[in-house]
Design a protein around this ligand. Structure first.
Ligand code: PGA
Length: 255
């Protein structure tokens, strides 16, 4: 059985003192069992502060983006090595907001994945369709293009370490969550794609999170779908109580 993984994507929220406060609250309220992987992805400026609080717990740290080059004249960018050096184990790659507002392409997503893997970071790779693509019945072709491009030139040993996040763009921050059936349908499709690209064993190892308005009151049903292996949580991860409630739903699903 795949271990569920719940990650909080704080996006551009929380100053360093605010991040410390939220992290302390999450750490205190969370029980110490380890049936679910828990990851916090705060802004770059909060990583060190958050790491100081969680380093002796089972909560992991992740970045929200990285640059594929190792170092050099890339003002404003952060490398995989730098993320590792402040305690990150994970990094979100290809979030739809990066694709929409910062010209992230399938090609740069692939380069970033390779750089993360090279440094031993676990990429959380986001894919998802826009509302107009869903309405034009293009969900599967959009997902297929994104997934195939993400895994270009990546071998199955590396692929098995990765996490995918299916995030329908129309459900992100909108309160319009995908139904459990809609989520399962796409997750199952992604699993089939992974079987075609690699093999059944690899496809059944890779974890696929759902993201897009996941909240305590819809998490249980989403997380009970056979191919939904966790959640990438935006808004609800900024509140310790909501985030922990989602983690607890994931835990009860593992029992
Ligand atoms: P949301 O964001 O939970 O606020 O919809 C999810 C995400 O963008 O990762």
């Amino acid at each position: 059985m795949r271990k569920k993984i719940i990650a909080g994507n704080w996006k551009m929220n929380k100053t360093a003192p605010e991040a410390s406060e939220l992290t302390e609250e999450i750490k205190q309220k969370m029980d110490t069992s380890t049936e679910v992987d828990v990851v916090l992805c705060p802004p770059f400026t909060d990583l060190a502060a958050v790491y100081r609080i969680i380093h002796d717990s089972y909560i992991d740290l992740g970045g929200q983006n990285l640059h594929w080059e190792e170092k050099g004249a890339f003002t404003g960018e952060i490398s995989a090595d730098m993320l590792k050096s402040v305690g990150c184990h994970y990094v979100i790659i290809g979030h739809s907001e990066r694709r929409q507002y910062f010209e992230e392409t399938d090609e740069t997503v692939n380069k970033k994945i390779k750089s993360a893997l090279h440094e031993g970071l676990i990429p959380i790779v986001c894919v998802g369709e826009l509302l107009e693509e869903r309405e034009a019945d293009k969900t599967q072709s959009v997902i297929e293009t994104q997934v195939k491009a993400a895994f270009e030139d990546i071998d199955k040993i590396q692929a098995q370490k990765m996490v995918l996040a299916y995030e329908p763009v129309w459900a992100i921050g909108t309160g319009k969550v995908a139904t459990p059936e809609q989520a399962q349908e796409v997750h199952e499709f992604i699993r089939k794609l992974l079987t075609d690209i690699f093999d059944e064993e690899t496809a059944s190892t890779i974890r696929i999170q759902y993201g897009g308005s996941m909240k305590p009151d819809n998490a249980a049903e989403l997380l009970s779908q056979p191919d939904v292996d966790g959640g990438l949580i935006g808004g609800a991860s900024l509140d310790a109580g909501s985030f922990i409630a989602i983690i607890n739903h994931a835990k009860s699903n593992m029992e």
